[in-house]
Design a protein. Structure first.
Length: 211
């Protein structure tokens, strides 16, 4: 990571989801990745840090990653980004698991739907969208090439990959996507997953048993 990027990690919600707050140290503009719960805590943190969010980025539409995205987006009047193929996951309580797992069926939405290899310039950062389906039909990762960091949601974990037994999941599709999209990144790239510990592309190439 460069001196221009500062990152805070918050573990939120009932299944300990990693939510990331990234902000530009000069402009104090921020991005929030996967705010799955605890909206007030996250907003309090942004106030404490004196940063201004400009967008919410969702790696996928499961409730533990997306549940509080719309609340935060509405509070700051900012857009929510998600992958184009993830609209059904977001909008169907059975598929986003808010009904089966959280017990409170809910529908979510995104304002901007992105595509594979699309490039974004947000909060002073250059970002490349990487389509990594398999955990969900429209799962994606956000790669920051200048900072050597990628946010992988539930596609890639330290020593593992995401579950594929949820609606729309496929182990073969996920393994292929992770190999093609993520293992092609520079080995020094820091992997910030949706749960558990950070890792690197080099470490996952060497030790991940699924790859």
């Amino acid at each position: 990571m460069t001196d221009q990027m500062h990152m805070e990690q918050y573990v939120v919600g009932m299944v300990a989801t990693n939510c990331y707050l990234i902000y530009h140290t000069q402009t104090k503009e921020a991005l929030l990745i996967d705010p799955g719960a605890e909206a007030q805590r996250l907003m309090d943190e942004m106030a404490r840090l004196e940063v201004t969010p400009v967008a919410v980025l969702l790696t996928h539409g499961h409730f533990d990653h997306a549940q509080d995205a719309n609340q935060i987006a509405e509070a700051y009047q900012i857009p929510v980004y998600a992958y184009a193929d993830e609209q059904q996951t977001l909008e169907d309580p059975r598929v986003n698991l808010s009904g089966p797992m959280a017990g409170t069926p809910a529908r979510y939405h995104a304002d901007v739907y992105v595509r594979d290899e699309q490039e974004l310039d947000l909060a002073g950062f250059h970002i490349r969208v990487l389509f990594t389906p398999g955990h969900t039909p429209g799962g994606c990762c956000y790669y920051f090439p200048r900072e050597d960091v990628v946010f992988t949601g539930d596609s890639l974990f330290c020593g593992s990959i995401g579950r594929t037994d949820f609606p729309g999941g496929s182990a073969a599709v996920l393994v292929r996507a992770v190999r093609d999209k993520l293992m092609a990144l520079p080995e020094q790239t820091v992997v910030c997953p949706g749960h558990d510990a950070r890792t690197t592309i080099e470490q996952e190439r060497m030790y991940n048993p699924f790859l």
